[in-house]
Design a binder for this molecule. Structure first.
Ligand code: GRF
Length: 199
């Protein structure tokens, strides 16, 4: 079984899709821990309910990003993951973290490669569509090799059109549904072809 650690800052609906797939036997994986930077993240409650260790790594007052990332990496390393999944993780990770898990960190982003990096990607796509600048958006899963925001070697993508009778809520719900499926499918493909460890 591939050991996953899921990093999530918020609600955790994508985490839930992973937990459900594991429970159904749809993923040859186990969620070894869920880690959040937010004490009240819904993702931690979801982990609790699934009987998965829920770990809060909060930022200390005055602590720099590299120092935080060192503590975060230690907490994640303790669980010996094969793959680290960023599912709604809202902090940029430095090489202090990424260097500990080379080729093993993947991120989900609700936009297509090279488009709409950063927060509010779904809302910004919707605003651009209202302005006549686009007719759809999408979802991607990519490796996280460095500190680039929502950027890195792409593993999988899926398009999400904006329909004539869409509202932001309906469009957003379809993006999330695509995210839940694409993330689980991508993790499954990586479980079947685990990353080659660095020499
Ligand atoms: C998702 O849209 C994810 O792509 C983005 O933040 C959202 C998190 O949703 N980075 P959830 O916490 O998994 O419900």
């Amino acid at each position: 079984m591939t050991r996953l650690v899921v990093l999530a800052s918020g609600n955790g609906s994508n985490l839930q899709a992973i937990l459900d797939a594991c429970q159904r036997g749809d993923l040859p994986a186990t969620v070894a821990a869920v880690v959040s930077d937010q004490a009240r993240a819904g993702a931690l409650d979801r982990a609790d309910r699934a009987g998965v260790p829920a770990v809060h790594v909060g930022r200390h007052d005055g602590e720099g990003r590299p120092e935080y990332d060192e503590r975060l990496a230690t907490a994640v390393d303790d669980v010996a993951p094969d793959l680290v999944v960023l599912a709604g993780w809202m902090r940029i990770l430095t090489t202090r973290f990424l260097g500990r898990f080379p080729g093993r960190v993947i991120n989900l982003h609700p936009a297509l490669p090279g488009e709409l990096p950063g927060v509010r990607a779904i809302e910004r796509a919707w605003e651009q569509a209202l302005a006549g600048e686009r007719t759809g958006s999408g979802v991607m899963v990519h490796f996280v090799p460095d500190e680039g925001v929502d950027d890195g070697p792409v593993i999988a993508t899926d398009e999400v059109p904006i329909l004539p009778d869409d509202t932001l809520e309906r469009f957003e719900a379809r993006v999330h549904a695509v995210e839940h499926r694409l993330l689980v499918d991508t993790i499954r493909s990586l479980c079947l072809q685990p990353p080659v460890p660095n020499p």
